[in-house]
Write a protein that binds this ligand. Structure first.
Ligand code: C2E
Ligand code: MG
Ligand code: MG
Length: 760
């Protein structure tokens, strides 16, 4: 029997040691307390092992010391474990020290026992003819028992309180430990009072250590889990239906009951109810599936995400399944709204530029057989519409144009808003009716209920030739076409062609080169003589020429319009005026009485202070103002009339001579002439010779000359090419002439030669 118990204890010690090692490796927070608790179970067991094995007095007594002091360590560890496991703190530091002091005192009194023999002794008993030792308790032993029982009792109380106070689902967590402790305590008590020679209670301690190890670290309280899972399932916002292995619904949570309309917990009706609501599902009997189902359509559509999962046991047999259904209508609507907002313009509801490009791309890639047109649609002077009628009227205009696009193209066109006042459209070529569109655009009125205003819409059209081209480039080309008519009121539609592209490229090229050309003096003034009635040169007009590095000699016709459009004309003009002043200053120094006329573009007035610029130049070069003649055209007077007139007056007051260039070419009216503060009228023969009826032209010319004479304005005819022309003009009273009949524009050096020979 001795060895049987010894073997049992050794096995127990090894098992406990293993538990300590494993516990220390656990990831749980309680692992330290568990390891200590299990570890401290070992010394009492060792003590008992020694006692059991002892056949003589001394080793048996030593065993007792190990056992009792080990017991103190055990109880200390149990306290520590209890506090950790129950997540409580010592009520006061004093109590904490008192308790540990009481235990320490117990250890001390055992250590003093060899001297005072007050705690215990041992006596031998014969069992089956063998010597066993058991304890003979004295006063000190009573203290030990009191301490151990009191603390044991305290631990029990703690667990009981914990069980009572915690939510029901946690009871099991504490109960298992409490029961373990109670059984161990009873086991121990039984031994003490039975006074058997072998302390069987130790087996109880060993088992206690192992149980603590298991319950604290590995045991999952199933009722707790069950409750938690059940609560979770009930509280889930998703509808959940639980089915048994035979496919019968056994339970559903509240959202599920509401969704399916289950009454009185009649869960067996669930399948029928779900089929009635969602229809039959092909793969319903499959063990796993998921899908999003839409009920209804349009804005009333409801969206449900559904899934089925099957649960199997360890052998792979189906134990049941559950279906979850989530109403995702809100999320779907929000998502759709978000998608809509990202792809649609908020004002007009049309596609945004990016989305339009995307849709056109798809259309062109899909419908490869049809020819398509890309239209760039722009409102003329939209800013003005906004400024004059208010931005709310502007908004109405944009919405009405959007409505117009919808009405005309809802069938097969793709359209959207490209930006502020521009729209884009892609339609099959065979559906584009230019005539009809031109007609509807010719009287496009915007009406907001109060104001009725006609707006001009311009459309640039590009025919898609190369489908792989970027959509943005297609629109660039349509825009290019639109720009060619953007100042026009009569035409609304312009088509892109390659010439247009070349022009644009040309414009870009020369615009990039202009500054360098001016700096390198590749741009030069040519002078065309102006003569009086006797053929004497009285002055010259400075006309610009560009000796282009690659293109060679360029007449103004090929670059002036480009720069007039983009405003770079000011660079040329400023430079030309400077050249004119330079020449005039040398002429003046040499005493030559010649003037130079320079051209001023209407755009100059937008981009610089013409008056200040010219005045500074004559000052800088010391030129007499009357020697620099200024040629303006009627278009200068088309806008901001008052200020322009004022400026011209000021220039004249400063001594400059102002000439009206190209009179007869544009909207010239004789009426205008009487208000125009100019000194000279330049009449262009070119325009007159265009008039088929010669006598009519003659009459007009005569009248212009007469009128200007009456108004004190002298007349100069340019474009004189023949002698009869000259004679006729002289007869009519014209004083000055310019034209190929005398000389073409020429470089300065040549002009000087020409002048010298003319004088001779
Ligand atoms: P413009 O100011 O009316 O200049 C007269 C144009 O008529 C010049 O053409 C000249 O060469 C041309 N011309 C002169 N006599 C005759 C003739 O007998 N028959 C014909 N058929 N043409 C004649 P050019 O030099 O090609 O200049 C064209 C236009 O370019 C000018 O018309 C002017 O409006 C503009 N321009 C020229 N240089 C400048 C400049 O430096 N600045 C600005 N803003 N415009 C300029
Ligand atoms: Mg001119
Ligand atoms: Mg002219």
């Amino acid at each position: 029997m001795r060895y049987a118990f010894a073997g049992l204890y050794v096995a127990m010690i090894l098992a406990l040691l293993a538990c300590v090692v494993v516990a220390r490796r656990s990831y749980k927070k309680i692992k330290g307390a568990v390891a200590m608790q299990v570890g401290m179970t070992i010394p009492p067991v060792i003590g008992n092992l020694i006692i059991v094995l002892s056949t003589s007095y001394l080793p048996a007594k030593l065993g007792c010391y190990v056992y009792f002091i080990g017991m103190d360590a055990f109880i200390m560890a149990l306290l520590h474990f209890t506090f950790q496991y129950c997540v409580i703190k010592w009520p006061s530091q004093k109590l904490h020290f008192l308790v540990y002091g009481v235990i320490t005192l117990d250890v001390v009194q055992y250590l003093l026992n060899p001297i005072f023999h007050h705690a215990f002794d041992i006596e031998a008993v014969l069992v089956d003819g063998e010597n066993y030792y058991r304890v003979v308790p004295y006063f000190g032993q009573a203290y030990h028992r009191a301490v151990v029982y009191a603390l044991f009792f305290a631990v029990l109380i703690i667990f009981v309180v914990k069980i009572v106070k915690s939510p029901k689902v946690y009871t099991e967590r504490y109960s298992v430990i409490l029961i373990t402790i109670v059984i161990t305590a009873l086991w121990q008590t039984y031994y003490i009072f039975s006074r058997t020679p072998i302390d069987r209670s130790m087996t109880g301690y060993g088992v206690f250590g192992l149980l603590i190890f298991y319950f604290a670290l590995y045991y999952r309280p199933l009722t707790l889990l069950d409750r938690l899972l059940a609560n979770m399932a009930s509280d889930m916002p998703d509808a959940i239906f639980f089915y048994d292995a035979d496919g019968r619904c056994i339970w559903a949570n509240q959202p599920a009951i509401d969704l399916a309309g289950i009454k009185d917990e009649a869960f067996d009706k669930t399948s029928e109810l779900l089929t009635a609501k969602f229809g039959t599902k092909e793969d319903f009997d499959k063990s796993e599936w998921e899908c999003t189902q839409v009920l209804g359509s349009g804005s009333a559509a409801e969206y449900y995400y559904q899934s089925k999962r099957t649960v199997r046991d360890e052998k792979g047999l189906v134990t049941g399944s559950f279906i979850t259904i989530r109403d995702i209508t809100k999320e779907q609507r929000a998502l759709q709204q978000e998608r809509y907002n990202a792809t649609h313009d908020s004002l007009t509801g049309l596609f945004t530029k990016e989305y339009l490009y995307e849709c056109i791309r798809k259309r062109l890639d899909k419908d490869t057989q049809k020819a398509y047109l890309i239209l760039y649609i722009d409102i003329l002077n939209f800013k003005l519409v906004n400024d004059v009628f208010g931005s709310s009227f502007g908004d109405v205009a944009l919405k009405q144009i959007a409505g117009f696009l919808r009405e005309k193209n809802s069938k097969s066109g793709v359209f959207g808003r490209l930006g502020g006042d521009t729209f884009g459209l892609c339609i099959p070529k065979n559906e584009f009716n230019e005539q009809e569109l031109e007609t509807s655009l010719s009287h496009f009125n915007i009406n907001d209920g109060q104001i009725d205003h006609n707006i001009i819409i311009h459309i640039g059209v590009y025919e898609v030739v190369d489908r792989s081209m970027k959509i943005s480039i297609m629109f660039d080309r349509a825009l290019m076409a639109m720009r060619t008519i953007q100042d026009e009121y009569q035409r609304h539609i312009a088509f892109y062609d390659d010439k247009m592209r070349k022009e644009v490229i040309w414009a870009q090229q020369i615009s990039a080169q202009l500054m360098d050309a001016v700096k390198n003096r590749d741009v030069v003034p040519y002078l065309q003589p102006i003569v009086d009635g006797n053929g004497k040169i009285v002055g010259a007009e400075a006309l610009t020429r560009w000796i282009h590095l690659e293109e060679g000699f360029l007449a103004p016709g090929s670059f002036i319009p480009v720069f007039e459009k983009n405003g770079m004309i000011t660079e040329i003009d400023r430079y030309m005026w400077r050249c004119a002043c330079e020449i005039l200053s040398t002429w003046e120094k040499e005493g030559r009485d010649l003037f130079i006329s320079v051209n001023i573009s209407p755009k100059d007035f937008y981009f610089m202070d013409v008056k200040a610029e010219i005045q500074n130049l004559v000052k800088e070069f010391g030129v007499t103002p009357s020697k620099l003649r200024i040629e303006i055209t009627e278009t200068v007077m088309m806008t901001d009339v008052e200020n322009r007139m004022k400026m011209i007056d000021e220039l004249r007051d400063a001594g400059f001579i102002v000439e009206m260039d190209d009179f007869g070419s544009g909207y010239s009216s004789l009426n205008l002439l009487k208000d125009m503060p100019v000194d000279v009228l330049k009449i262009d023969m070119k325009f007159l010779t265009k008039t088929a009826d010669d006598t009519k032209a003659r009459t007009i010319l005569q009248n212009i000359i007469n009128l200007s004479d009456d108004l004190g304005i002298s007349s100069l005819t340019e474009g004189v090419e023949t002698k009869p022309q000259l004679e006729m003009l002289s007869e009519m009273g014209c004083k000055l002439f310019q034209g190929y009949y005398f000389a073409k524009p020429m470089p300065l050096a040549e002009f000087e030669e020409f002048w010298k020979s003319n004088r001779a």
